[in-house]
Design a protein around this ligand. Structure first.
Ligand code: SF4
Length: 57
């Protein structure tokens, strides 16, 4: 089981500084372009949630 997930997708609400994932668990799926991934580019993180844009006040 992975205990440390590194991720560079800083537009995700679970992303934390140092390229860390703060989600309690993640769900990785085959990308929508394939039914059976052959390489990492054909996988997607389904746990991704778009981070709300920072509001400049
Ligand atoms: S939930 Fe997925 S996309 Fe979001 S920070 Fe974690 S690994 Fe990255």
């Amino acid at each position: 089981m992975a205990t440390d997930v590194l991720c560079e997708v800083d537009s995700c609400t679970y992303w934390a500084s140092g390229n860390r994932c703060d989600a309690a668990k993640i769900y990785v799926v085959n990308s929508r372009n394939t039914d059976e991934a052959s390489n990492s580019e054909e996988t997607d993180c389904k746990t991704f949630e778009k981070k709300e844009d920072d509001v400049i006040s």
